[in-house]
Structure formats: structure tokens, C-alpha cells
Design a protein around this ligand. Structure first.
Ligand SMILES: [Zn+2]
Length: 294
């Protein structure tokens, strides 16, 4: 029991550190290349890369942070969400992304144990986290993320047979499955696009959403693409309708579709379908948690 507790704390910390890097990626990848859709993003007149500058800086005063300002979660709490140099607000989302990635890191380990499958699954979850926060700010899912991710998905399909015991489900099990997922996943989304257009009389999806689905299809197969569209649409509808009922129409039109798809895809990777199957038919065992707790 003690062992599990120590392991959980270690995994959470590791996840939070990676989350801190993901927050930097979500901030720097689109900066200077696209127009943000809300005022929360301060535009800098320069293009940043993930590695340059190598040290994090405050977006307001552009001063480099001290080493301990980079400690995830802890520094945000100690500084009470303010820059140590100029006192500007540090958006809560930095701490949120660190917290989220920490939790997801623990969940991924619980689901897959210490395995290559778990490691690669976590890498893809990290990609979905970055996509979510870029899409929230810019309403864009950059090709610079989706194209390489789709390529890696196809590559996983190609090497799936020789790597089988090490790289297991939820990843595709054959090159054919990967190609089918790539072609048919986005196809389904185009149908959803049409339905949305009919109901809301405006476009609710962009090409970026279709490319996100291509990543899901190529890497995790058609079932994942289908699950992601369905659950993503349900989530989007529930939250969209709730916001409409609260008369916050402006906010509902501001939330892009990508984050819903990303949440659904992460739920798929972490084994959500088995929870549904278990719920619909209690005699089917759920694979959730069982990998590590039995
Ligand atoms: Zn500052």
C-alpha cells in the first residue's frame, strides 16, 4: 500500500513537470503564427520555438523566470498566481495543465502499468492536451502537430505485428487497420459536420478537427475515431446547450470543437469503452483499473 502511494506521488510529480512543458508548447507553438480569438493571449511580436528561449519568461514583462518559479503547481501557489518580477497575473491554466497532466500520468500508469504501450499512450495524450489548449486560444489545430502524429500512427500500424506484445491495445494491430481508421474516421466527421450545419446553420467544425480525427483513426483505429466523434459530439451538445440555457450564447460559440474531441479521445485511450460495455452488460469484465489493482 505504501509502495502504491509513493509511486502515485512520483508519477504525479513527473506528470506535472511534463505538464509544465506542455503548457509552454501550447503557448509557444501558435505564438506569432496565428491570431488568438480572445484577449487573454498577449501577442508578442516574435515567433517562439519550443526550445528557444530555453528558459521560461513572463509574457507581460518578458523577464526570465528564476529556477524555482518553474516548479510546477508549488510555485504558482507560493507566488499566488502572480509574476515575481512585475506582479502580473499568471493565468490559472498553467497550474491547471500541470495538475491535469499529473493526474493523467497516474491514470495512464494505472491503466497500462510500466509498459511501452503506456509510454506511447501517454505521449499521445500529451499531444491531445497541447491541441486542446491551442484550439481554445486560437480555434486552430496546427498541422505541425497533426501531420507528424498521423505519420507516427501509420508507423505504429506498420510495426504493430513485430511489436505486438510490447505495443498492445488501444493501438492499431495491423497496417490495414491504421489505413482504414485514417480514411474512415474523418469521413464520419464530415457527416457530423453536415448535421451540425443543418441544425445550427453555421459551420461548427474546421479542417483541424478532421485532421485530429485522422490522428485518432490512424493510431487507434476506426473504433476510436467513431467513439471520439460520438462522445465528443455528446459532450459538445451537453455543454453547448447548458451554456445556451444560461444565456451565455457568446461563450458557446467561442468554444471550439477540438477540445471535446480531444477529451473523448483521451477517454478512449484510458479505456472508457470498457466502462460503457460493462455498464450495458455487467457480465463483461471491465479492464479499467484491473491491470494494476488485481
Ligand atoms: Zn512579469
Amino acid at each position: 500500500m505504501e509502495m502504491i502511494l509513493i509511486l502515485t506521488v512520483l508519477l504525479f510529480t513527473l506528470g506535472a513537470i511534463i505538464g509544465s512543458f506542455l503548457a509552454v508548447c501550447a503557448y509557444r507553438i501558435p505564438m506569432g503564427k496565428y491570431e488568438p480569438i480572445h484577449e487573454g493571449v498577449k501577442e508578442l511580436n516574435r515567433t517562439l520555438s519550443i526550445v528557444s528561449p530555453s528558459r521560461s519568461f513572463c509574457p507581460q514583462c518578458e523577464k526570465t523566470l528564476l529556477w524555482w518559479h518553474n516548479i510546477p503547481i508549488f510555485s504558482w501557489i507560493v507566488l499566488r498566481g502572480r509574476c515575481a518580477h512585475c506582479g502580473a497575473n499568471i493565468p490559472f491554466r498553467y497550474m491547471f495543465i500541470e495538475l491535469l497532466t499529473g493526474i493523467v500520468c497516474v491514470l495512464t500508469f494505472l491503466r497500462f502499468g510500466p509498459s511501452l504501450t503506456g509510454l506511447v499512450a501517454f505521449a499521445f495524450i500529451a499531444i491531445f492536451i497541447v491541441i486542446t489548449f491551442i484550439d481554445l486560444d486560437y480555434m486552430i489545430i496546427p498541422d505541425v502537430i497533426t501531420y507528424p502524429a498521423t505519420f507516427v500512427g501509420l508507423l505504429i500500424g506498420l510495426v504493430s505485428r513485430p511489436l505486438r506484445p510490447f505495443l498492445d491495445r488501444p493501438f492499431v494491430a495491423s497496417p490495414m487497420e491504421s489505413v482504414m481508421g485514417l480514411l474512415m474516421g474523418p469521413g464520419l466527421l464530415i457527416a457530423v459536420w453536415w448535421l451540425y450545419f443543418k441544425i445550427r446553420k453555421r459551420e461548427g467544425l474546421g479542417l483541424g478537427d478532421v485532421k485530429l480525427l485522422a490522428v485518432c483513426g490512424a493510431t487507434f483505429g476506426l473504433e476510436c475515431a467513431w467513439f471520439t466523434i460520438f462522445i465528443g459530439s455528446v459532450l459538445g451538445s451537453i455543454i453547448g446547450i447548458s451554456l445556451l440555457l444560461c444565456r451565455r450564447n457568446a461563450l458557446s460559440s467561442y468554444i471550439p470543437f477540438g477540445p471535446y474531441l480531444a477529451v473523448a479521445a483521451v477517454a478512449y485511450i484510458l479505456g472508457a469503452p470498457s466502462i460503457f460495455e460493462h455498464y450495458l452488460n455487467p457480465s463483461t469484465p471491465t479492464t479499467w483499473w484491473i491491470a494494476t489493482y488485481s
